[in-house]
Design a protein around this ligand. Structure first.
Ligand code: ADP
Ligand code: ZN
Ligand code: ZN
Length: 737
């Protein structure tokens, strides 16, 4: 009788299971969990991750295929990543093999070596000193400084990542101040030691900041601190100093920012403060750059890692702290496929690595606030604006019965005029891009709708077309009504393009800058607009939530929210929370420096209790009363939710599929305690991109029992005859319905 060693492997496939393979004799004892392994799968060869070695299989050795080869000599996923990705796969009901793949840079998924590209390295020449350059050659001096600090060499790639262009490098080379030398498998490694950490001196913290910093760093073990402070109160300064402290003891910092928050401005603040390598992990990197950044994070040479959601899976050799900036931001939750929440995973990871976790925001998510009120998180406030700035003043503009011009009331236009004549800047927020959200026939009332979605087409003027914002379908602007053939088609309602047009005609001598996805799609468009804003000259910005976050506009004194009611009456129970957060985010752009700010909210409901509480008592009072409502209604964060979504090409299929699962479980099994079902119901937009969608909501008092039920559902789907006719998914802790 021959004994085989059997390997358990996670394979990137939609199947929710692991696969067993016979271990070839020459690999016995070599395979370890977290290594990549090539295996036969169906008719293909595929790269999987070893989960376990020497397991007992339910299959006989005759039924099992033999693994082909190991790709790694050491586990490519370190223990933390391996654990985190698997934990998340289980928690979010996503196939383990896919989850593990997503924790790896693309090139490693494809089987490349986890090594740096062979790079040309640059160093300062033997006689080069800073004094060889004129003080006016600022960038050249900075580049030379970088080279002088790193005598072992810096790769061309790394020089670019640091923000220096090739012509600058060439200029130094032409002056014989820099030279390239033999390639080396490692792009750069920076000198460590506390004297080289800072580039500029930190600010002197005020009392609240100092106490937040102290609480964050003591103990240096795992604990979570929720730092709540209005925009401009100095939260970033607190964490910059926390990072400084952990860099001094040789550790690394990981900062997660919202999708929209990773602006050149954010990065330059880090680069201005620190001399250590700062790695930005964003969608603009090439696969090669991403792998290099990942390798530098893993070997400890990248000291500060800033990235969006997926950066939570970046390895760190010497983890020191994790920071989630704007922790309430919805972009931390992935909305398709692997539906993890990066903030929630950050808590798990910080605990596993036993390091402090900082959550910062002006408007805490109700989840985090609940954790803070229950004492699981420490909760500190920054109540003053740092420096000299003061908090903006709110005012409602009751627009009932007012004649609006492209969404603006006469009184608002009057205010805009006043602020502009005081030589300051104005920011107008309207979370609706395009010219008009609908095109209506004036004779019969028919609306131009998307044929693939239950939604209206948005009218765009520049360039002129109709656009569905849900499925991206685009058509020419119709000349006639599709119902009565009338030619009298009129835009109804205002989007950013229309308001921009109106502002331009009202204020012909003032620059009007529209900032939304359309106007910033061209390269450098946003950058150029930001440059103009930062000249400080009077101007009007009109934009969507792209304007709401992260930017620092010291000359803005008036912020206007054109539609403060959006979201007040939404079917989504989070509508209020989201509206409140967005209003305060936008308001935070006003009066961030010496000038004080004014915030005008246009509303049809100036007496709405939520808006009133928000404006008169502030976010926390609002949030606490929301929590009371949520508790009464058994909603998150008190109870837990999971959504089972399904979609199919024919109406009724998705719903029938979900119903059959529910019925099968209710007939044959007993529900774990504390769970409730509702649905299946048609999704809020039943038809989208040509598919008919349905969903079922599961609510549970305890996660444990909720997960038991979800596992039952997974098993039930396996046997369901309809499963191939629908696309279905589980969303644990969904953030929208
Ligand atoms: P937040 O992250 O809360 O929006 P920031 O940390 O960006 O706040 O601070 C807002 C502004 O105030 C920045 O220009 C920052 O340089 C300045 N600032 C922060 N802390 C201090 C301080 N202790 N003293 C003086 N200025 C400060
Ligand atoms: Zn018509
Ligand atoms: Zn559509």
């Amino acid at each position: 009788m021959v004994f085989y060693v059997i390997l358990r492997v996670a394979i990137p496939s939609p199947l929710h299971k692991l696969f067993d393979y016979l271990c070839p004799v020459e690999l016995e004892g070599l395979a370890k969990p977290g290594m990549r392994i090539k295996v036969p799968f169906g008719s293909r060869e595929i790269i999987g991750i070893v989960i376990d070695t020497d397991v007992h299989s339910d299959y006989s050795s005759k039924q099992l295929k033999t693994a082909l080869m190991l790709l790694d000599a050491d586990p490519v996923l370190d223990a933390t990543q391996f654990w985190l990705a698997r934990w998340a796969a289980h928690y979010y009901f996503y196939p383990e093999g896919e989850a593990l793949q997503q924790a790896l840079p693309v090139l490693l998924r494809k089987g490349q070596e986890p090594t740096f590209a062979h790079a040309t390295l640059w160093r300062a020449t033997a006689h080069a000193t800073l004094s060889s350059l004129a003080t006016s050659a600022k960038r050249q001096r900075e580049l030379l400084e970088l080279l002088l600090r790193n005598p072992q060499g810096v790769s061309t790639e790394a020089i670019k990542i640091e923000g220096f262009s090739t012509p600058l490098l060439k200029a130094l080379a032409d002056k014989h101040l820099a030279e390239s030398f033999a390639s080396h498998p490692r792009p750069y490694q920076f000198a460590t030691g506390s004297e080289t950490i800072l580039k500029e001196a930190p600010l002197t913290l005020n009392e609240e900041q100092a106490s937040a910093l102290y609480s964050l760093l003591n103990p240096s073990h795992f604990h979570t601190l929720l730092l709540e402070g209005i925009t401009g109160s100095g939260k970033t300064e607190v964490y910059l100093q926390a990072i400084e402290a952990i860099l001094k003891v040789g550790k690394q910092a990981l900062i997660l920012v919202p999708e929209i928050g990773l602006t050149p401005q954010t990065l330059s603040r880090f680069k201005a403060r620190f001399q250590v390598p700062v790695m930005a992990l964003h969608s603009g990197l090439t696969d090669r750059q991403r792998l290099d950044a990942w390798l530098m994070a893993r070997d400890g040479s990248a000291r500060i890692l800033i990235g969006t959601r997926s950066a939570i899976f970046t390895p760190m050799k010497n983890p020191g702290i994790i920071i989630v900036d704007e922790e309430h931001d919805p972009s931390f939750k992935q909305q398709e496929g692997f539906r993890y929440h990066a903030r929630d995973l950050a808590v798990l990871r910080a605990k596993k690595e036993d390091i402090p976790l900082l959550l910062t925001t002006a408007t805490p998510s109700l989840e985090s606030l609940h954790n803070a009120l229950d004492g699981r998180y420490q909760h500190l406030h920054l109540r003053q604006r740092a420096g000299n700035a003061s908090a903006p003043k709110f005012k409602f503009l009751d627009i009932r019965g007012e004649a609006l011009q492209a969404g603006m009331a006469p009184e608002l236009i009057h205010h805009i005029r006043q602020h502009l004549s005081a030589q300051t800047q104005v920011l107008i927020f309207l979370n609706r891009r395009g010219f008009s959200p609908s095109l209506i026939c004036h004779d019969c009332g028919a609306v131009n709708e998307c044929t693939r979605c239950d939604a209206r087409m948005t009218l765009h003027r520049s360039p002129a077309h109709m656009h569905c914002h849900h499925c991206d379908r685009q058509t020419p602007i119709p000349k006639r009504c599709h119902q009565c053939h009338s030619e009298d088609l009129r835009p109804s309602g205002a989007g950013t393009e229309r308001t921009e047009e109106q502002l331009k005609s009202l204020f012909p001598n003032i620059p009007v800058l529209r900032i939304d996805r359309d106007s910033t799609s061209r390269k450098h468009a946003l950058e150029n607009m930001m440059k103009q804003i930062h000249t400080g000259q009077p101007c009007i910005m009109i934009g969507t939530q792209m304007l709401a976050k992260g930017h620092h506009f010291p000359r803005v004194t008036l912020v206007a929210v054109l539609d403060a009611d959006a979201g007040l009456f939404s079917a989504d129970f989070r509508g209020m929370e989201k509206t409140a957060q967005l209003i305060l985010q936008v308001a935070g752009r006003a009066g961030r420096a010496e000038l004080s700010g004014e915030v005008l909210l246009q509303t049809h409901h100036p007496d709405h209790p939520m808006l009133a509480a928000l404006v008169t008592q502030g976010y926390e009072a609002f949030a606490k009363s929301e929590l009371v409502l949520r508790q009464g209604a058994g909603l998150p964060p008190f109870h837990h939710h999971a959504l089972i979504r399904a979609e199919a090409s024919r109406q009724g299929w998705a719903e029938a599929f979900l119903r059959s699962i529910r019925e099968a479980i209710e007939t044959h099994l007993s529900l774990p305690p504390g769970n409730h079902w509702s649905g299946p119901f048609p999704s809020p937009m039943e038809k989208r991109a040509g598919l008919f969608r349905s969903q079922m909501l599961i609510q549970g008092r305890e996660r444990r029992h909720l997960h038991t039920l979800l596992r039952m559902i997974m098993q039930e789907v396996e046997h369901n005859p309809m499963k191939n006719k629908v696309r279905w998914s589980i969303d644990v802790d969904p953030i929208d319905s």
